[in-house]
Design a protein around this ligand. Sequence first.
Ligand SMILES: [Zn+2]
Length: 150
Amino acid sequence: MLNASQQRSSASDLKPYEEVAATAAAGGSSSASPFVLPDTLLNAFDIHCPKCRCLVIRRGVATQQDADKDVEVPSPAATSAPYPLVPAFNWALSNMMAFENVGFTKAVPGGDDTRYLSCADCDVGPIGYHPPTLPKAFLIAADRVRYNTA
Ligand SMILES: [Zn+2]
């Protein structure tokens, strides 16, 4: 495994969700998601932490999954811009080992057993969650991460 500093990309290569979505809209007729590889439907770009920019999910390992409208993910405290509580969609992994870097919050006392996912390096989060009812679902909010489109 590379250490975190080797995995960081330069700032100019990383685009927020809105920017990647906008390039697709400008592209015209295609209804295909700009975020996935057309042949495998796996994530087309390396996915990075929005704050420290370390690599969270490598290209080609996550699937695009509709967000559960009933699940609200709290907005990260460390960011100035509030994120939608229900993401545009989620990146789904079935195995925690498939992440390059990810951290887990403890279950909230008195709450349900939802565990939130954060950046293992700088601790910003939640950037996603792990639903208690789905042991093999690790979900990252698509609009809380950055994409290496270089
Ligand atoms: Zn980070």
